[in-house]
Structures are given as structure tokens and as C-alpha cells.
Design a protein around this ligand. Sequence first.
Ligand code: AMP
Ligand code: GLY
Length: 433
Amino acid sequence: MRILVIGSGGREHALVWKLRQSPSVTEVLVAPGNGGTAAEGARNVPVAANDCAALVELARKEHIDLVVPGPELPLTLGITDRMREAGIACFGPDAYCARLEGSKAFAKDIMRRAGVPTAACEVFTDADKALAHVRAKGAPLVIKADGLAAGKGVVVAHSTEEAVEAVEEIMRRRAFGAAGDQVVIEDCLVGEEASFLCFCDGTTAIPLPSAQDHKAVFDGDKGPNTGGMGAYSPAPVLPDSEAERLADLVARPILRELARDGHPFVGILYAGLMMTADGPRVLEYNVRFGDPECQPLLMRLEGDLPAVMLACVNGRLDPAMLTYSPRTALGVVVAAKGYPGSYPKGMPIEGLAEADALPGVKVFHSGTAFNDGRILAAGGRVLCVTALGDTLAAAKTAAYAALEKIHMPDSQYRKDIGQKGINRLTETGGARS
Ligand code: AMP
Ligand code: GLY
């Protein structure tokens, strides 16, 4: 089987690494890939992840059997529809279903139709009406630009002034362009967040083990939000014993609604959850693997990933295809100093082979490039150093021990990835999920 992976992050490196382990795979191409995907034995091809026409052309020319889009942008642009028209299997939802991530108002509407628990909200296309609503309701409120805004379109406003400022920024100053033509204003929820992903074949949704991301840039969840500074699986806040019940609550009703609309959902449905005192609430849907959640999740996956993905495309997903290591996997993101603001590039990275050689450790590359035989930093998030351990604490120790081997000037990483889970396990007497 010949596979084309689309994207250039740590998630895509992990996908390449896992897909290549299948005996049925002969070659993996990545558009455009990174230093890690090249070192993994995949062929990087300089085609941008959002250039659907060029991606279809590449898939045709290279006789690709399965396309695996990593990020949301090609999905919202309709890459699955274009590949389907060309007769090429693509593991991802069509453009209609991808609006679950591409439009927060669309996601809220489907959640309402499907009866999925989520924060109460109102949707506005008129800035004056949005501002009047904010002033009448008062803080705390969450203001969300409707469209894709590179993870920056959500403001959790603790004062009414902040909420007013967010509406002004999104709707009047158009900080995110057309993505802010509509805003969703919703109630602020309190609790611990968790990532809940399912493999979907249009009608069947099979949960992956739970995971938890760390969105804030600094220790203790301080500082601005990033794409994610580290993740681990399983997350004690969402025990495996809850997975089927959660799939019934937040995934299967959505699949039913989309199928009824004539668009069965194929691919990964990712629910970002807030575990509140009143039960789980959906904060958002993503229509792809999370980055960095993908890295620890794929470290634990024991099945044949390309076979699972093809089964999803063909509507034949079977739970028996999916087995996972009972161990915990934990990944720590190494970022360039200054990220998520402006940051330097081009720093040399040393010690990657030494870290990778440690037992149970895999270093996934996010923003790296090969240059004259050296690996250089080429993005905000640069690496995701991931390790398996028999417990969450052991996985954390192993990942940070691997980090000690790696040297990169002008870098930063959080020191407390996994700590919330460890604290929870300590409080509950060490029960493992
Ligand atoms: P989203 O892109 O919708 O997941 O929002 C990004 C982040 O904003 C989430 O990971 C939460 O930390 C926060 N957030 C979103 N919606 C809410 C809400 N209703 N209440 C509290 N925090 C929220
Ligand atoms: N890690 C969160 C995301 O991929 O959206």
C-alpha cells in the first residue's frame, strides 16, 4: 500500500512512524513533511497542505492507495471530497462534516440537534447586538470567533470589559478576518479538560483511550494558549471505563445527525471536553487527531493503523482491530523561546539520537528541517519527546530523562506535563484507569 500523509507537524511524524510499521505499507509520502518524517524513511514532497489541486495531482501520479490528512485546513477545504472524486481513499471527513471544526456556530447547532451537553450559547453576526448581549449578561463569558483562527479565536473573559474588548477585536477590528464575521458567546464552564477521540466509519464510533493536552505555554497552566505543550494518555480524569458511555453521549449522536444530513462522518472525531461538577460538556469538536495528543496515543496503539483507516473509509470498522498498550505514554513539547509569540529559527538540535536510543522513548519532530546533514529548528513547536512508562509518573520521569539528552539553544518546555493526572491519582489513592 502507498500512503500520502498531509501536514508537517509532530502529529504527522507520529502518523508516518506508525503507518510505516504496517507490513502492508510499501511507501509513505508526506506533503510537505519535516526533518523527522524524512529521517523516518518517508519521502517529503514540497506540496503545501492546503493546495488541494496539487495534492490530488500528486496522489494520482504516485498511485496512492490511502491519503491521511493531518491538519484541519485541507479537510475544511474539501480534500476528502476531491480525493473521492478522483477515486482515492481518504481518511478524513468531507467538507460538510469538517464544518464541525471550521464553524463553531455549525458545531453548536449540530450539538443542539443531537442533544449533546455543551455550554449554553448565542450566535451573533451583528457587533452591536453582540455587545448589548455581553453587557446584559456580564462576565464571565467565553467569546469565540466562528471560523478557524489558528487556535487564537477563543477568549475566556473574566471581566465584562475583557468580553467587550474581545467582541471589538474579533468583529470590528476583524483580527481573524472573515472567521470573525460571526461570534459565538457562551457560558464559562469550570473543570478539568480532557481530549476524547473516536475512530469513525460513518456509522460506528470506537473510542481511543483518553488523553490530556496542556494548552498554556507555562507551568501551572499560566500564560497564553498554544497549539499544545504536552500530552499524555490515559488521562485519569477520564477513565477507560467511561469511554463507551461518553461515545454514546458526545460522538454517536453527532454521527447520526451527520448521516441524516447525507454526510456520514469518516475519520477522527475529537471532542474537547470540560469535566464539570455536573458531568462532561463539549467545548469544541476537532475533525482530526490532536497535536500533541496523537503522539502518545499512537505510541500506545498496537493495531495495524492503515488497516483501521481503510476500514473506516469503507464503513467496516471493527472494535477488534484496535488494541492498545496498557502502559502510559507522555510527550513533552520543546518549543522555540518566545512561542506562541515571535521566536527564532535555525537553532541546531543535538542529542536526538541519544534520546531516541533510550528504552520506550520516541522523539517526534514538529518544526524541524534537515540542512547539510544537521537537524535545525524550523517552527514554534520543535519536538515532542514522548516516552512509555508503567505508570503516569514513570512515563513522566522517562520523558524528562530523554529531554536531558537533547540540547537546543533558545528553547523552552513545560516542566509539569502530566502533573495534574499524577495529583489526581494521588488524591484517589493511586487507582489506575
Ligand atoms: P476551543 O477552541 O473552543 O476548545 O477553546 C479553546 C480553549 O478555551 C479550551 O481549551 C478551553 O480552555 C477554553 N474554553 C472554550 N470554551 C470554554 C467554555 N465554555 N468555558 C470555559 N473555557 C472554555
Ligand atoms: N491539541 C489540541 C489540538 O490539536 O487542537
